[in-house]
Design a protein around this ligand. Structure first.
Ligand SMILES: [Zn+2]
Length: 165
């Protein structure tokens, strides 16, 4: 009989199964919001750094992490904490995560270098045709985390994942 070794790599691996409730193609790991994992025997600590303080999905995500960890027989104590100590930024999204956003029809955020947010948003590449000839319709999409764009090339409206940093 083999026993699974529960370490932070293992926890990270199973948390890949926990998807963002708003964007089901991306895991919370690839979104970069799992900012710390500690394992002490059968006790597991997971720290989440939310993308936006106002994101309503926050409590849902905490619960999803708890529920997933609770399925592992070797884990007895689960602590999930949301912190605002660090600031999440869109550069924390992994390459796999950027691809997952694109698959969902969301323009992945550009890597920001400290310039103004609206500049970052202005020529967001279209997730459908890749054209940068796009117009920012609104910095606020259906949720705080999204922006609304319009592609002047393929004439489709699309949402962007709003870059923050
Ligand atoms: Zn387009």
């Amino acid at each position: 009989m083999s026993t699974t070794v529960i370490d932070s790599d293992f926890i990270r691996e199973i948390l890949l199964e926990v998807k963002d409730p708003e964007i089901p193609t991306i895991s919370i790991v690839d979104l970069g919001i799992v900012t710390d994992i500690k394992v002490d025997g059968d006790a597991v600590y997971v720290q989440l750094t939310p993308t936006f303080a106002g994101c309503p999905a926050l409590k849902i995500m905490e619960q999803m992490v708890r529920d997933r960890l609770a399925q592992e027989p070797g884990i007895a104590k689960i602590t999930v904490e949301t912190t605002f100590d660090k600031q999440w930024n869109t550069d924390m999204i992994t390459d796999a995560g950027r691809e997952a956003l694109l698959k969902h029809g969301l323009a992945p955020p550009k890597h920001h270098e400290g310039y103004l947010e609206l500049d970052v948003l202005s020529d967001t590449p279209c997730p459908y045709c890749g054209s940068r000839n796009t117009t920012l319709k609104s910095p606020f999409g259906p949720t705080l985390c999204r922006s609304l764009h319009y592609c002047n090339n393929c004439l489709q409206a699309f949402e962007g994942f709003k870059p923050v940093g």
